[in-house]
Ligand binder design. Structure first.
Ligand code: SF4
Ligand code: SF4
Length: 130
């Protein structure tokens, strides 16, 4: 019981990440998308063709690159040449929440894409823990 109380107190007192900044319409988040099969990013064209047979919404994307880990990067077909979303009012939840990242991701050095107008800060300074 004490273990759980300690866990929740630590959770309440620990630093929280706050998203700051704003979108500068660079369009990178719509052009550098990772698509997953189960928990793994798609790495080959063949894998992508196969997965499109049962994940029909993956037809909204086309292959546009590869990252340093060998995972394919996709571009959404709904972005226009001016980086505007053609279905802005009907875009999905993932699009509306970007960049929504979890604390573990940030603690491990993760951050929004380079050039993204958003950034994350903690609500407590490091010295407040000393
Ligand atoms: S639906 Fe719109 S916001 Fe979402 S990835 Fe495509 S272009 Fe970007
Ligand atoms: S990467 Fe960031 S700044 Fe660029 S379009 Fe996406 S949310 Fe906006």
């Amino acid at each position: 019981m004490f273990k759980y109380i300690k866990f929740y107190i630590q959770k309440i007192l620990s630093a929280k990440y706050i998203r700051k900044g704003k979108c500068n319409h660079c369009g990178k988040c719509c052009r550098n998308i990772l698509l997953y099969v189960e928990d793994d990013p798609i790495k080959t064209k063949e894998q992508f063709e196969k997965v499109k047979e049962w994940e029909k919404h993956y037809n909204n994307f086309y292959i546009s690159g590869k990252n340093e880990s060998g995972a394919l990067l996709f571009t959404c077909k709904e972005i226009d040449e001016n980086n505007n979303c053609k279905v802005y009012f009907f875009r999905g939840l993932g699009c509306r929440q970007y960049p929504k990242v979890n604390t573990k991701f940030l603690i491990n050095g993760g951050k929004p894409l380079d050039g993204c107008g958003y950034y994350f800060e903690t609500d407590k300074e490091f010295k407040s823990f000393l």
